[in-house]
Design a binder for this molecule. Sequence first.
Ligand code: SAM
Ligand code: FES
Length: 346
Amino acid sequence: MKELIDKLQESKALSKHEWTVLIEGRSPELAEYLFRQARSVRHRYYGRDVYVRGLIEFTNYCKNDCLYCGIRKSNLKASRYRLSKEEILSCCKTGYSLGFRTFVLQGGEDAGYDDARLCDIISAIKTGWPDCAITLSVGERSYDSYKALRDAGADRYLLRHETYDAEHYAKLHPPLLKAADRQDCLWNLKKAGYQVGTGFMVGSPYQTAGHLAEDMMFIKELDPQMVGIGPFIPHHDTPFAGQPSGTLELTLFMLGLLRLMIPKVLLPATTALGTIHPQGRELGIQAGANVVMPNLSPTSVRKDYALYDNKICTGDEAAECRNCLERRMESIGYHVVTARGDSLNK
Ligand code: SAM
Ligand code: FES
């Protein structure tokens, strides 16, 4: 097994069979071996810096019905909200003063924000804080839409492919949503000139080591600037309410593998990882991650952006979250930095 990790470090690629064997055959000892190498690669390129992204969850309206997601349209118990342009700008103002130089605008697929409205918000942010990067995470749109948002000033786009395998994808999504369409969007985002982030949930229902192997191979081919992974966590008002969460152990292992496969990639230690374990984000950094994404959304709406149960930080002011993360990172010998934090994986 250690030889497979050495091979990954050297050639930055494995076959599907090798990925599957490595993921299925992992052990605590092997994980420690992997994390040591992942940390050393991370330190080579990014030192002990941790980049922060201010996450603004600006709408929880969604036309989609993903079976795992708490803001799916069939969840009639979700209390829906939209932030106005002024509210979003006020989040940026607070965020800038706290040292954020990247704002992530994330939301459901909400027709209430057409291209014109989003472009207007993007250019207002760019006018107010020209030294900041804007990351969008608003799902599947046409190439023309991605291009218009890019031309308005958006720099980066996060769109997890969720799972590469078409059959597995079909078990997690309603029939109209297709794995291939999601993947096409990622290629279109690259073509439109974005720094692109993809990713997947770890431990989603019906997921096998073979699926994870294919996810790794797809990510290798896409060669993105960012990869967001976190454990699947059930939400009580979805069809997957009774399913078990993904584990800390497998999520950390996948983070380590991603760091070795694409050494310069930006890798967040996600809120979901912090939700399944009190030290999840610290452990994520120690497994090779180099980004954290504290919440900048107004506290009045935080609890309504409930993708899964027991999400952390829903009651905290932005400044509390920022300070909390700074302390957490310092406690393990890492430092939150005030920088745009562009990927070195060009
Ligand atoms: N609508 C945009 C999209 O489709 O990319 C962005 C919002 S979507 C809620 C963001 C991510 O949340 C998804 O890509 C998914 O991986 C993650 N997510 C949704 N439900 C989750 C759950 N129950 N557990 C963990 N992650 C979840
Ligand atoms: Fe939000 Fe710790 S990161 S309170």
